[in-house]
Ligand binder design. Sequence first.
Ligand SMILES: N[C@@H](CCC(=O)N[C@@H](CS)C(=O)NCC(=O)O)C(=O)O
Length: 201
Amino acid sequence: MKLIFSPASPFVRKVNVMRHEGQLVDIISLTPVQTTALSTDPAARSANPLGKIPALVLDHGKTLFDSRVICRYLNDLSGAGLYPKATLWDVLTLEALADGIMESAVLMVYEARLRPEEKQFETWVEAQWSKIAHALDALEQNEFTILGGDLHFGQLAVACALGYLDFRHPDRNWRDGRTSLDTWNKMMQDRASMQATLPEG
Ligand SMILES: N[C@@H](CCC(=O)N[C@@H](CS)C(=O)NCC(=O)O)C(=O)O
């Protein structure tokens, strides 16, 4: 199998974390691409009509996307047990929250990097950060109790989202006033799968 990959993408990182947690490193190779909304890499386009990554090209040629579909697939394939049946909807909701943080954080990067400076819309950027801040506050206030307890993929997705904030938005100081989340995050970032997938680029 081939993972259409960029080391900077938090969505790709989720899949790569699952690849490590599921001991699938030897059977999933990485195909690096550079793709943006304005310049789609041909390998990303041929794997996913939307041109977005991650996409997973299976051995018989079929392709899976997006990150949530791929992570569920790899969890089933490996038997990693990171989507426990008893808490499935809570785990998926936490993963959706993490993906929402990533989406807003990626859009903020695109606004700064892809849009001509005179067209950049500061109010819109701050609205994206506000979504992230509300999500982080909810995590800090333990509104998602599923964040604690035995390991599952919702936790790993949140760890990927926080890692992306450190990578692309360090100036936002997300830890300010969120000491519980910071402590929890330190423990998550120490996992081998997180250390093996640090963002670059
Ligand atoms: N919902 C998708 C989001 C994927 C996504 O937005 N990926 C970004 C990279 S971080 C991308 O491919 N951007 C290129 C584009 O928007 O065309 C997922 O979970 O995989």
